[in-house]
Design a protein around this ligand. Structure first.
Ligand code: ZN
Length: 202
């Protein structure tokens, strides 16, 4: 097939689905991938090996709606494992290395549809891993929202309820709650006051 024919028949793109925990990122990824399968497109799904909360080889969303996925260690493995694939899904993308945007760009430029889901911010409210870069180079960005556990508004912050300084804590349901901006600011302030008062007593 010549480059021209290839260009007309297959239009690659990068789609990013981002948001806080409990915002339905994985559900939205699964919805898009299932529709691609209905359209008889060849779909391949990857996730970082670090995420083994529920099942080795399945992408599992919180409502147990699952599809099989391949756990991999580095983003460059996606290039090797994506031969002849039309649609690529990548879940928990915030845990991948910083090569991921380059990998996604290469795949999209070859005519593949790449759908990436991940946390856009860590529990400190800072941009998370390769997601900000991916959002910049994506054709489409969808920010999905959770519901604030304090006031019921739309939430896009993941507030950590356990005191652990490491960035990755598995078993997220017990360790995080989604909060809106004002509730997140309020809870963070409370933590600071708590911290300074315990420091004073020591
Ligand atoms: Zn709130």
């Amino acid at each position: 097939m010549s480059f021209d024919q290839n260009h007309k028949q297959r239009k690659g793109a990068i789609e990013v689905i981002c948001g806080s925990m409990f915002s339905g990122k994985t559900e939205e990824l699964i919805r898009r991938l299932k529709r691609a399968r209905i359209a008889r497109q060849k779909v391949e799904i990857f996730k970082p090996q670090i995420d083994q909360r529920y099942h080795e080889t399945n992408i599992v969303s919180h409502d147990s709606n699952y599809i099989p996925s391949t756990p991999i260690l580095t983003s460059s493995q996606i290039l090797i494992l994506s031969n002849d694939v039309e649609v690529i899904g990548i879940d928990e993308a915030q845990f991948f290395d910083n090569e991921l945007p380059n990998v996604c760009e290469k795949l999209a430029n070859m005519g593949m549809r790449v759908i990436v889901a991940g946390l856009d911010m860590d529990f400190l409210g800072k941009p998370f891993g390769p997601i900000p870069h991916l959002m910049a180079i994506a054709d489409y960005v969808t920010k999905v929202h959770a519901v604030c556990m304090e006031c019921g508004d739309l939430a896009h912050f993941s507030f950590r309820t356990v005191k652990d300084a490491s960035l990755i804590v598995l078993g997220e349901k017990e360790s995080y709650i989604p909060l809106c901006r004002s509730c997140y600011v309020c809870e963070t302030e409370k933590l600071k006051i708590e911290k300074s008062s315990t420091n004073q007593t020591i």
